[in-house]
Design a protein around this ligand. Structure first.
Ligand SMILES: [Zn+2]
Length: 436
């Protein structure tokens, strides 16, 4: 039976049916002989990390897919700060922030252009100007990453339970910074919203008259006069992936957010970079995973490329990217199938519609389990519709991890307590019975 799991995750793979693809999804329309072979040799189903219809970001979806309760998700801002390696400890708040163009009307700030472009030189100068702020014993620092993007860290008596200012739609007002309803009487949430509002107001007034923005307006460009914020987060205590599932885990991905998530859950992380060849990148990542199987029991191999293609709102481009990924899989499929100890899981985290206004959408994604001893159904195509005819039916939330533990022959019979912590695997890392 399989002893190790490689989970290949094609981010944002699920999609909708488009006339330009003869009313098929990009995955249905794509030529994918290798994914189809995996489907034909495995157990197929559809998956949603929480509840069908809910649109999830990748990090929340992965948190649930890795077997955690989505209610315990610490907030993207915290994971980004953790993944970026900035000064960020338990108790601090991390908030996603980037420079954007806003305009003032009747005392209200409106989003002018959320994605107004700027040069590296401009971004650096603006970021240096608004990097530090302190009020009411809360220290705020803006850490810029690449381009206009970054993360704010707040240190002091702070709370993550505050609203975003960025609703991602041009022409509508920014949202007020407020404590969540659930925390409206919490002094830390009240203080955090007050302090953040003071900082963002100062940023706006400071950047309005910044030389970079004078230069931009004289060239006919929109000023980058605001930091807009989203998805505050704060690290909580969490039981590690290894303690819950008994698997030493590794995540291979090209984005810091997965580094932050891996670190948070006690998994190792391998940062890789994206070239222009999505298929070759995926093949390389899978080869790395295979070569590390003696060190790890569970390896998550990730590619963001289908999601990125969908965000460009082009179903045909997404279909082409999927075909490249299939070619990449073709380079390593024989290696994967020649290792009987590998449990191969191929799936996605969420659907990303290649058309329409939604960022992500709530439809299910296909999933296939493949390896020695695993049931084979009659599904022979890997896509959202064919997969729904498979023997796994609809999996939700942590069920993927339960099934992985099950197929690695480590499922614990419920009720067994060989360790004080009720872990999912068996035998646990129990304390031996000593006579004295
Ligand atoms: Zn996305």
């Amino acid at each position: 039976m399989p002893e190790k799991c490689i989970l290949i995750l094609l981010d944002g793979l699920g999609d909708r049916a488009y006339a330009s693809l003869s009313y098929r999804t990009p995955l249905q329309a794509a030529r994918t002989p290798v994914m189809d072979r995996i489907a034909a040799e495995g157990a197929n189903g559809i998956y949603h990390p929480q509840a069908v219809g809910l649109a999830l970001p990748s990090e929340n979806a992965h948190f649930a897919l890795f077997g955690y309760d989505i209610k315990d998700f610490p907030g993207r801002g915290a994971l980004v700060a953790l993944g970026a390696g900035v000064d960020f400890s338990a108790g601090d708040v991390g908030i996603l922030a980037h420079f954007a163009n806003v305009f003032e009307k009747n005392g209200i700030l409106y989003m002018g252009d959320e994605k107004a472009p700027g040069t590296e030189f401009e971004a650096k100068a603006l970021a240096e100007t608004v990097a530090d702020f302190e009020t009411e014993n809360v220290r705020i620092h803006f850490h810029r990453f690449q381009g206009l993007q970054g993360v704010l860290t707040l240190k002091g008596e702070v709370s993550r339970h505050i609203t975003d200012t960025n609703d991602m739609i041009n022409g509508i007002p920014l949202c007020e910074v407020l404590p969540w309803d659930t925390h409206k009487n919490d002094p830390a949430a009240q203080k955090t919203s007050r302090v953040l509002k003071k900082y963002l107001t100062w940023v706006y007034h400071t950047l309005k008259t910044h030389p970079v923005n004078f230069a931009r307006t004289t060239r006919g460009l929109l000023p980058l006069n605001c930091l807009v914020t989203q998805r505050a987060g704060q690290l909580d205590k969490v039981v590690s992936f290894e303690k819950r599932f008994g698997l030493k885990g590794l995540s291979i991905a090209s984005n810091n957010i997965f580094g932050g998530l891996a670190r948070y859950l006690g998994m190792d992380f391998m940062m890789v970079s994206d070239s222009k060849k999505a298929g070759e990148d995926l093949a390389k990542r899978i080869n790395s995973a295979v070569s590390l199987l003696d060190k790890y029991d569970f390896i998550h191999v990730h590619t963001k490329t289908p999601d990125e293609a969908a965000h460009r709102k082009n179903p045909v481009l997404k279909k082409e990217i999927i075909e490249l990924l299939d070619e990449g899989l073709g380079k390593v499929i024989d290696v994967l199938f020649s290792h009987p100890e590998i449990l191969l899981v191929l799936t996605s985290d969420h659907s990303t519609p290649s058309s329409g206004p939604l960022v992500h959408s709530g439809e299910t994604v296909p999933v296939v389990f493949c390896g020695k001893g695993i049931r084979r159904d009659t599904v022979c195509c890997f896509d959202e519709i064919s997969a729904s005819q498979g023997c796994l039916s609809c999996l939700r939330g942590p069920e993927i991890m339960y099934l992985i533990i099950n197929h690695l022959e480590r499922s614990k019979l419920m009720g067994i307590m060989d360790t004080p912590f009720d872990q999912y695997f068996w035998p646990g890392n129990f304390k031996p019975f000593r006579l004295r």
